[in-house]
Design a protein around this ligand. Structure first.
Ligand code: ADP
Ligand code: MG
Length: 701
């Protein structure tokens, strides 16, 4: 039996460890720098580094690394040893404050989107003391930001930290307006539920598409899919259970509060939900979680697939990003209150979010755009590409009453007046489980469901924080102008106006339906179906203004990110197309052709044609199968040659034009080739089919 309290966070240099191992003075100045976001004094840094190294060595560490999050969306580390050789031939373990604070990885191969030329390749990493250091695989990992010498962010952490600072500034202004003088700091919090698939490693190793692309590019549906809903929350099989047990233990050691685990809707699909923490830490923890999932799976003879759509015809995987905002005094600002005052404050934050999502809906779509996620958003799967906000019927009615100055049934005070009326308690259960909404209010937080399972949550949270900061800023400007004596009236007017102007983004119905697509069009909402459709919106004037005015991204940083996203989309499609060509030519066609050859040979020996004409049989298995299959083989070859021709012509100078070409010409050709090959799979003897099949991969564990 594992002793959870003892194990939990045992590999993390967390606050408790710091209190224990640092002098009071060092601890206090470290905390002060964290709170004020100031630079760390070198003497303090040296003391912290020493304590950190001693602690890490006790945990078995021999190396340290600045652990950072380049724009690939993954994490990167370069290990340096603590070992320092001494003149007398011995060695001691050393680690200085300088090494803690700043590092210089030779990281010139990470994408920079034109922010650096290779001759000035080096960026530097800087310690982010708001996220704890930890020991993983004998290495002390120090969470760091990654910047160029010009100061441009080359990573995903830096803009996220900037956005947390900015939302803090603006939210504090609002709280002061409400007369709250105790709160010193506001943070955003996130709990990222992670979906994933597990497949047998031996089967995985026999599929090039899984190895190169993380998803199946071919595969006829198994006789059974997820239609029985018998996997969802079903009993967990022993092999999976052993995996989950070890995964939990490893995550607990690293201080990740892995809380729930259950089977998801699709066969072989599972989910892990952590307990939420600050957005910055949640982002680091989600990266660690994905990495540990992959590693632990390997140990159990499994492979963890984090791709958004590993299998056609069954649900894809997402990451439900639960977001909220709370004070250092422990108050969740998205929790409906019990007094008129608290209600008013809650409604203001709610209105800010509604306005923000409406005004920056394209940006919400951009921040989850990827080739993998295109298979979910905009395909017949939740959530849709149209961004909307779900608030549930009760809250919708409250907002309606506010907008129209009507009295609310549940309210004793008659007409709904912000800051005067008491909101009736809004039962959490009624705020839904509308699974089709991309952005749902779930009682005391918003759940953004469009994030892809393999994506870093840094991007989406940077966007949500920034949008919210912008709206809170506008609100604070207006309310400060109105003055204290007119506060309640100004607040009322502001919320009413906001609801009136932005209610088009609210939608409580079925997000899958075609009716919604038409309705959304009438409302003027964006419907950016693919990554290529979405990405240009990144550079809309209003978005550039949003991020630059809050100092989250410079325009140059935005252009670099746009370039990287587009380039990555193009590369993925290109790799997928080449993988398909390779598999079809070298595996599928030869296998089918061998099978057909065998059938024709059997046919020749079975009956002579003359004989067959004499005694016609209604069905001749060899003949029918061979003829159909050889026809399909020819068709597949035609599809294949077309795909090859199209790929050969994809060398566009302009990346957007190239992406559009992939979207409009290459992807349809890939779909065509898949259709033909899947049809052949259905007719080919199982033992002759060169690839593990859907039924094997989804149901064999
Ligand atoms: P369920 O969705 O099953 O009802 P919960 O609502 O408790 O479960 O939580 C779902 C996810 O939301 C969990 O990962 C949880 O940690 C996270 N979460 C809960 N409260 C907050 C919050 N205030 N801020 C951010 N995430 C939260
Ligand atoms: Mg959820």
């Amino acid at each position: 039996m594992i002793n959870v309290p003892e194990v939990f966070g045992s590999m993390v240099f967390n606050d408790a460890v710091m209190q224990e191992r640092l002098t009071k003075e060092t601890y206090r100045s470290l905390h002060k720098t964290i709170e004020d976001g100031k630079e760390l004094d070198i003497a303090v840094a040296n003391a912290v580094a020493l304590a950190m190294k001693d602690w890490a060595v006790e945990k078995g560490a021999t190396h340290f690394t600045h652990w950072f999050q380049p724009m690939t969306g993954r994490t990167a580390e370069k290990h340096d040893s603590f070992v320092s050789p001494q003149p007398d031939g011995r060695a001691i373990m050393e680690f200085s404050g300088k090494e803690l604070i700043k590092g210089e990885p030779d990281a010139s191969s990470f994408p920079s989107g034109g922010l650096r030329a290779t001759f000035e390749a080096r960026g530097y990493t800087a310690w982010d003391p708001t996220s704890y250091a930890f020991v993983k695989d004998g290495v002390l990992c120090i969470p760091t930001a990654f910047c160029s010498y010009g100061g441009e962010a080359l990573d995903k952490k830096t803009p996220l930290l900037r956005s947390m600072e900015e939302i803090n500034t603006q939210a504090m202004r609002i709280l002061r307006l409400f007369g709250n003088n105790e709160v010193k700091h506001v943070v955003t919090t996130v709990g990222a539920e992670q979906e994933y698939f597990l497949v047998d490693r031996d089967l995985y190793n026999r599929r090039e598409d899984l190895i190169f692309c993380g998803r199946t590019l071919f595969g006829a549906p198994a006789p059974k899919g997820q239609e029985m809903d018998d996997h969802y929350f079903g009993a967990i099989k022993p092999r999976i259970s052993a995996f989950m047990k070890e995964l939990n233990e490893e995550l607990w050691k690293l201080g990740v509060y892995a809380r729930t685990e259950h089977n998801e809707a699709a066969p072989a699909q599972h989910e892990l939900a952590p307990i939420y923490t600050t957005t910055n830490q949640a982002t680091d923890q989600n990266q660690v979680t994905m990495e540990i999932m992959r590693n632990v799976a390997r140990k159990h003879g499994l492979v963890c697939l984090l791709h958004e759509k590993p299998f056609a015809g069954v649900n894809g995987s997402g990451k439900h990003n639960n977001w909220s905002i709370s004070t250092d005094t422990g108050v969740n600002l998205l929790e409906p209150g019990t007094s008129p005052h608290e209600n008013a404050q809650f409604l203001l934050f709610l209105a800010a979010m509604i306005k923000g999502i409406d005004e920056y809906q394209e940006m919400m779509r951009v921040c989850v755009a990827s080739a993998g996620n295109d298979h979910r958003l905009g395909a017949a799967e939740a959530p849709p590409a149209i961004v909307s906000v779900f608030i549930g019927d009760d809250l919708a009615e409250v907002l309606d009453c506010i907008e129209n100055g009507k009295s609310y049934a549940g309210s004793a005070s008659g007409k709904m007046e912000i800051g005067v009326s008491v909101l009736p308690a809004i039962p959490k259960d009624s705020t839904d489980r509308n699974r089709t909404s991309p952005f749902a209010f779930t009682g005391n937080k918003f759940e953004y469901r469009s994030v892809g399972s393999s994506q870093s949550i840094a991007g989406p949270n940077t966007v949500i924080n920034t949008i919210m900061a912008e709206e809170l800023k506008q609100f604070a400007d207006e309310l400060e102008k109105a003055g204290e004596e007119n506060f309640t009236k100004a607040l009322n007017d502001l919320i009413r106006k906001t609801i009136k102007e932005h209610k088009r983004i609210l939608f409580n119905g079925d997000g899958y339906s075609e009716v919604w697509e038409e309705e959304a069009k009438r409302r003027g909402l964006a419907n950016l179906k693919t990554t290529v459709d979405a990405l240009p919106s990144f550079l809309l004037d209003k978005n550039i203004k949003l991020f630059t005015s809050h100092n989250i991204y410079t325009e140059k940083e935005m252009r670099s990110r746009y370039a990287i996203l587009l380039d990555s989309y193009n590369k993925i499609i290109n790799i997928e197309a080449h993988t398909m060509i390779d598999m079809a030519r070298k595996e599928i066609l030869p296998a089918v052709s061998a099978y057909v050859g065998g059938l024709f040979a059997d046919l020749d020996t079975k009956l002579s044609v003359a004989e067959r004409l004499k005694t016609p049989v209604p069905h001749n298995m060899e003949e029918e199968t061979a003829i159909t299959l050889s026809g399909l083989c020819d068709e597949a070859l035609t599809d294949l040659v077309l795909l090859e021709t199209l790929i050969a012509k994809s060398d566009f100078k302009d990346d957007l034009a190239r992406g559009q070409y992939y979207r409009d010409s290459v992807i349809p050709a890939m779909n065509e080739l898949r259709r033909t090959c899947d049809a052949m799979e259905k007719l080919t003897a199982k033992e002759m089919w060169p690839l593990p099949q859907y039924g094997d991969m989804l149901f064999n564990i």
